[in-house]
Design a protein around this ligand. Sequence first.
Ligand SMILES: CC(=O)SCCNC(=O)CCNC(=O)[C@H](O)C(C)(C)COP(=O)(O)OP(=O)(O)OC[C@H]1O[C@@H](n2cnc3c(N)ncnc32)[C@H](O)[C@@H]1OP(=O)(O)O
Ligand SMILES: CC(C)C(=O)C(=O)O
Ligand SMILES: [Mg+2]
Length: 566
Amino acid sequence: MLDDPTRKYQPFRPIRLRDRRWPDHTITRPPVWMSTDLRDGNQALFEPMDVERKRALYDCLVDVGFREIEVGFPSASQADYDFVRHLIDSDAIPEGVWIEVLTQARPDLIKRTFEAVAGAPRVIVHVYNATSPVFREVVFRQSAEGVQTMAVEAARQIRGLAAERPETAWRFQYSPETFSTTEPEFALSVVDAVTAVWDASADAPVIINLPATVEMASPNVYADQIEWMHRHLARREGIVLSVHPHNDRGTGVAAAELALMAGADRVEGCLFGNGERTGNVDLVTLALNLYTQGVHPGLDFSRINDVLRTVEHCTEIPVHPRHPYVGDLVFTAFSGSHQDAIRKGFAVQPEDGLWSVPYLTIDPRDLGRSYESVIRVNSQSGKGGMAYLMEQAYGVTLPRRLQVEFSRVVQAHMDAGGGEVAAEALWEIFEREYLRLESPIHYIGHSLFDAGGRQGLRLRIRRDGQVITLNGSGNGPIDALLDALGSPVRVRHYEEHSLSHGSDAGAVCFMELAAGGIDGDVYGVGMDANIVTASVRAVLSGVNRMASQAPAVLGNAASVARNASP
Ligand SMILES: CC(=O)SCCNC(=O)CCNC(=O)[C@H](O)C(C)(C)COP(=O)(O)OP(=O)(O)OC[C@H]1O[C@@H](n2cnc3c(N)ncnc32)[C@H](O)[C@@H]1OP(=O)(O)O
Ligand SMILES: CC(C)C(=O)C(=O)O
Ligand SMILES: [Mg+2]
């Protein structure tokens, strides 16, 4: 039993914002995206990425369309320093892409950071210091004024060093680390002081990044904090307002979305939510959430599996199979009613129309994923999913009542410990139950002949090892077949269609049969290049399936001895 939490934890104190406006806003354009996979993501790995992995991830980020990429903390380690040099020296920063480097607000580290980026075409220098009371008192052991001075002096130093290097296009970024646990008035004071030093203006904007370094409250509280800053910043028009949510409470994505509604222009995060502890906000989910609302995110995840493979290779951390948009299972429905609705949805979904397939927020094809893996069948599945797989994989469209019958067959297989049934296994069960069922009657062949104006049919079968021939006539081949068999079965319904793929056979025939002594109707299925042969096989398949329950359906074939002929 968990102990009483009130003795150890207290609720987060929200800020006072009575006339909040963000709840009425919607997101109609994408934010500026900044990937910190190579910095915040990298610092959270068991084994930080080496140059080869960092470069693979960097190339992937550029391909996806990121134009601001935090490539490291070059003053913190030689590896980060070397990687930044590698990008610059190998001319790997394409037109339009800004590399970003992080530094603490410490003179020696700032100096080293500028050395690392010497000669780069475009650089965002990102400086930070924590501003919350516990950091001021415990980590820095400084007054609020002292902590503000730390930021202001760093801003001055950065401005001076940049001015000395006009060959690089510079942009500046400041983060009051632990912003969300800092008194808003103090965070505002520090940020205003920094933007004054940098002379932030609409013509020369700076980036102010307000991190939820540790996510401590529900996302609406963060949105209030962002809106409050947005409304109070002295140089708002000269600021790109950025957010950097972490995901400690599992609401990083929600926090980022509400923050955008509250006035933020830019989001920092990582692909698939990598990052410290529970991760940085997941930029892929954010981007695709926008996409499903009809807002193009400006990032390209049309080959999302390639991105996934790169990220997993580089971070050596697997992405969860249920991760939004990319997990192995997110375009998979196991339960019957979901499968049924998805199948019906696909059937009526117009190629160029608005997307409206139930249970799927996005067309898997938009992400380079396929329909084939949409539906899987296990003990939670119903007829819809099976029918869908049979149709997709083998081109066989089961009549509705056969779907019901066959789903019971599959269910029995699973109850016997079958687990998930893939399309091939499903087909195997179908073949065994309907197509390859050659006992008691084994079909050898048949021929048609004219029986005095009626349809004659000669049937050759094997029964208990003996070949027998049976003759009959009727209105058509099926009637003649039943006559030859002398079987009391009645054909209740008959359906056939040609096969487009998945089999050499040209047609499939479904025969719904009834007979005395049998509860309900029973299906037989036949497949053959010849349509009549397919229907003969379908009748025999149904008769064989009924035979154990009602041996009379075998008719003349019931006793080999009585009917055997050469
Ligand atoms: C929320 C985040 O993700 S922030 C980014 C975190 N990432 C990293 O820290 C990257 C890896 N870091 C490192 O390799 C090291 O911390 C370095 C190289 C940056 C600095 O190393 P050191 O000089 O040995 O300092 P150390 O790591 O012990 O940091 C503690 C000191 O930094 C100070 N400090 C911490 N953050 C800041 C800051 N943002 N600005 C100024 N000083 C800071 C502390 O007050 C402390 O100072 P003190 O030694 O006078 O008490
Ligand atoms: C350096 C800052 C932006 C950070 O990573 C954080 O506060 O989480
Ligand atoms: Mg962070």
